[in-house]
Ligand binder design. Sequence first.
Ligand SMILES: Nc1ncnc2c1ncn2[C@@H]1O[C@H](COP(=O)(O)OP(=O)(O)OP(=O)(O)O)[C@@H](O)[C@H]1O
Length: 256
Amino acid sequence: METIIKTEDLSIAFGGHWAVSDVSIDIKQNIFTSVIGPNGAGKTTFFNLLSGQLSPTKGRVFYKGEDITKHSVIQRTRNGIGRSFQITNVFPNITVLENVRLAIQSREQVRFDLFRHFKSYRQFEEEAMNLLETVLLEEKAEIPATSLSHGEKRKLEIAMLLALNTEVLLLDEPTAGMSLEEVPAILNVIKNIKEQEDRTVVLIEHKMDMVLDLSDRMMVLFNGELLAEGTPEQIMANETVQSAYIGGDPNDSTTT
Ligand SMILES: Nc1ncnc2c1ncn2[C@@H]1O[C@H](COP(=O)(O)OP(=O)(O)OP(=O)(O)O)[C@@H](O)[C@H]1O
């Protein structure tokens, strides 16, 4: 199994507080990896360090063996690390389809392939429609994004991430703020992505039943440190992990 992302002593301090501290991990290609940990454990900050939104105070990030620690977000996206858009990146007054089409066009602009064939507007639209099918949103293609429910907006976010066509997909709590009825649909969407070849998904998620259903590997952050890493079975059996979930049992899907 090839390592796709590797971190070495990855750390960042805000003021005197180490939000991520000496995290060294190998994330393997095509292996679905989840990042769990209580609120404030450093999960989103860890993602920001992988995607380039933040620069580490110390430590390094490698992508396919190359040191990308100093690379910008755009360089990392071009190389193959995509980070889910937040709902705030969705243009509310244009249609769902147009939002995805714009994400595809932005991908084409960041590519520096001199010999690429120029794609027509129609091809972009077809690709956008296919992505909306993948996220089970094709019936909403023609409505303004603002009319979507919260759960549907999260699906649109995923379609816009898929539009970047990166090998690595960093999904930060795709079910956050969703009603319970909306969760199975997003779980199906993520399962469909998992089945695609050459896609490595790294997921931050609090819903433990979903994490256990999807993950091949899990990493647990606690107070910014990597507390444990392993298969779901190993993580669930790990007593240190269980006691880190204050007052809780990580088997309980309501535990955060
Ligand atoms: N830009 C920032 N400036 C200062 N402190 C920050 C900043 N970003 C994160 N932090 C702090 O770093 C710590 C880790 O935050 P982070 O959002 O990464 O945790 P998390 O595990 O993603 O939490 P949650 O599950 O609640 O989303 C927290 O103490 C947070 O307050």
